[in-house]
Design a protein. Structure first.
Length: 343
């Protein structure tokens, strides 16, 4: 079998090398895209990260493909319908960074609450004065956690340490968890109304797209802080810019933006992709967010610690090995577990 690993970093190579004993292994430092897919048309297995948009147009150029082992929990960057129709299995990494991403939530929140970017910039320029840099305490504030999966519940654990009050919304509430961690589940509109900080921890689905919209922002407290380390399309970017400008939302900490691949590769893709498939207004809105003084943006790096990356790679290698042995694991789309193998 030919296994091609995209966006492979040198530190990951030794773990993937375990697959070379019985299979052809190719490590590629770039993402999988239309510009290079022809070079790997004979791949049986590909492993990608979220930077590779695997739509049907790209996937049909991989006629031998049997498994996509995404090195992420989310798989909204993959056309699951096409994969199911073609019998391509998709496996993911269901858990690797609940503490890692939750810690990044508070890195963003503390950077906002203590005005850290401005303070650091001022100190580096030699203006050593706290004037105009007043922030706010987290203690006593209400944090609204949208989604109480592995990451969301760890956010609540950390919030407890900061003496914050936590409320949460989930389509499948867990009363036992609420009792253990000392928070309460509320309706989503109630969460908007009472929260001083709102943080998102739900997947990208049709029903969660723009869960923070103009209507949602209107229900929030004046001066609310919004944190998003989940997926960019959970927030209507243009609506967010409007409320950031008006002051309705005091600040935002964002590790994700819509159309991230366009931002990363816009020079190459500016005509070939977005002209027909993307809304130019969204791309412009993303760039506006990057330059707003009350917004902190990190480049989808919440997951990126040594420990979390090691867990991602180890689980991915295990997923590939299990599939090749005829016992697929962590399957999120395609043939059901045990029903497919290398063939």
């Amino acid at each position: 079998m030919k296994i091609v690993v995209f966006e492979a970093e040198p530190r990951e190579a030794p773990v993937f090398e375990a697959l070379r004993a019985q299979h052809e292994l190719v490590l590629v430092d770039s993402s999988l895209r239309n510009g290079n897919v022809a070079q790997y048309a004979d791949a049986d297995v590909v492993s990608t990260f979220i930077n590779s948009e695997l739509d049907s147009g790209l996937l049909e150029k991989l006629p031998s493909l049997k498994l996509i082992a995404t090195r992420s929990t989310g798989f909204d960057h993959i056309d699951t319908g096409y994969c199911t129709a073609r019998g391509i299995t998709i496996s993911n990494v269901p858990s690797y960074g609940e503490s890692t991403v939750a810690e990044h939530v508070f890195a963003l929140l503390l950077a906002i609450s203590h005005r850290l970017p401005e303070a650091i910039d001022r100190a580096q320029r030699g203006h050593f004065s706290p004037e105009g840099l007043q922030g706010f305490d987290l203690a006593g504030k209400t944090i609204g956690v949208v989604g109480t999966g592995n990451i969301g519940r760890h956010v609540i654990r950390i919030a407890n340490g900061f003496q914050m009050d936590a409320v949460a919304f989930d389509v499948r509430p867990d009363p036992a968890l609420a009792g253990v961690l000392g928070f309460r589940y509320v309706d989503l509109n109630d969460l908007f109304a009472v929260s001083d900080v709102i943080t998102l921890h739900v997947p990208s689905l049709p029903e969660t797209r723009h869960i923070l919209s103009s209507r949602a922002f209107a229900r929030m407290k004046d001066g609310v802080v919004v944190i998003n380390t989940a997926r960019g399309d959970l927030i209507d970017t243009r609506a967010l810019i409007r409320v950031l400008t008006s002051g309705k939302v005091a600040a935002a900490g964002l590790d994700v933006l819509p159309d991230e691949p366009l931002i990363r590769e816009e020079a190459e893709l500016i005509c070939s992709l977005f002209c027909n498939q993307h809304d130019l207004r969204n791309l412009v809105a993303n760039h506006v967010l990057l330059r707003m003084r009350n917004v902190i943006v990190t480049p989808h790096s919440a997951f990126n610690t040594r420990e979390a990356v090691a867990r991602i790679v180890e689980t991915t290698v295990e997923n590939i090995g299990a599939f090749l042995a005829g016992a697929a694991r962590n399957v999120v789309a395609g043939p059901p577990p045990g029903a497919s193998g290398p063939g």
